[in-house]
Design a binder for this molecule. Sequence first.
Ligand code: NAI
Length: 399
Amino acid sequence: MNDAQPAPAGPLRADEIALLRASVELVGPLADDMTVYFYAILFQRHPETRELFPANLDVQRDRLLRGLLRIVDLVDDPENLVRFCGRLGRDHRKFGALNDHFPAVGAALLDSLARYAGDAWSPRLADIWARAYGVVSQVMIQAAEEDAAVRPAVWQARVIDHRMRAPGIAEITLLPDSPYPFVAGQYASVETPWQPRLWRHYSLSHAPRQDGTLTFHVRATRDGRVSSALVHQARPGDMLRLGAAQGEMVLDPRMERDVLCVAGGTGLAPIQALVEQAVRNGGRRFVDVFVGARTADELYGFEDLLRLAQRNHWLSVRAAVSDENIPGLNGSLPQVLRQFGPFYRHEAYVSGPVEMVSSAVRVLLNQGVPQARIHHDPFDVPVLEAALLPRQLRREAHA
Ligand SMILES: NC(=O)C1=CN([C@@H]2O[C@H](COP(=O)(O)OP(=O)(O)OC[C@H]3O[C@@H](n4cnc5c(N)ncnc54)[C@H](O)[C@@H]3O)[C@@H](O)[C@H]2O)C=CC1
């Protein structure tokens, strides 16, 4: 089949959206097989696209098609569709010149859907899918072009410091080749020379610095190839690549509410950045920080925050350990929040393992904190934020 031509980008009608959703439901249970098929035909028809992806496709497999399919969920929500696809487009710049590949991906997607939807596939459904894909790719391309006018797609950054902060947790400092714009609380995507084209996201652990250096906290995990390489292999002098900073877990300087910060494990990084920013802003509101770790050994960074609290009356810092019985606070962060709340007057920032973040969010919602005042980074792949959140939750989040 020829590559899909750009489809006329008219809004889809309600009956067309219903058909689109029904087809996603239909292929949902077959998504794994369909994904394998999708990549197979994409690489067969366009071998040059293979080198855009990491050598091991396992994670990517899961991501790309899932993202494409779930974007469908946003087709009747233009504002969030544009926001989501715009971010996707900007984020894709780091992968290289992609504009030429949109038609190829679109064609592979439609052919995969046609095969796995079976009898339910029809020329009408194909037309609806082509139009939906046309809208998405137009928004992505436009966002990428606008972004290209103002900043590079990637930054080369040299490792200038590497130190272990706790067992398996390294603090890594980089010097980028040109100024790297970001706001305290944001994260960067990082590619290492050891796992080419495998990008992972790490939060910066500080507010922007005069000398332009950037610091990340990284924990080596058993399955985390990039994290393990960063902790165990990276040394001063090594070169990494960075994609643009992203993330909306930032302080609004106009906001007057007190702040609650909840940091689990290496989730401390963005919280430390927010606290540093609050100091710079002049400490105009009270900030309560809860830092959690499984064991006392893993509770790194707490002493630094305590020292900061001694100098700033508006800052209070508490630590809790969940898997060890030691003097002080015991329990997981969500358990501890239950003891200390309610925080319904606060603006809340939560960072750490996904399960911890989602259960802390539930505790805060139960305490009456409105969803809009609970800030956390997207679960899993940041660019798939909207895709991974259940529809209802997302609506509430943007309400
Ligand atoms: N911006 C963000 O949201 C950031 C998120 N992270 C993520 O944070 C995580 C940090 O992992 P580790 O340091 O290994 O944390 P960890 O597994 O050592 O746990 C840290 C804290 O979270 C609590 N916790 C862990 N699992 C929980 C669960 N199921 N329910 C309730 N509480 C739970 C623990 O009790 C402990 O207080 C990584 O997944 C990393 O991707 C890291 C940096 C920034």
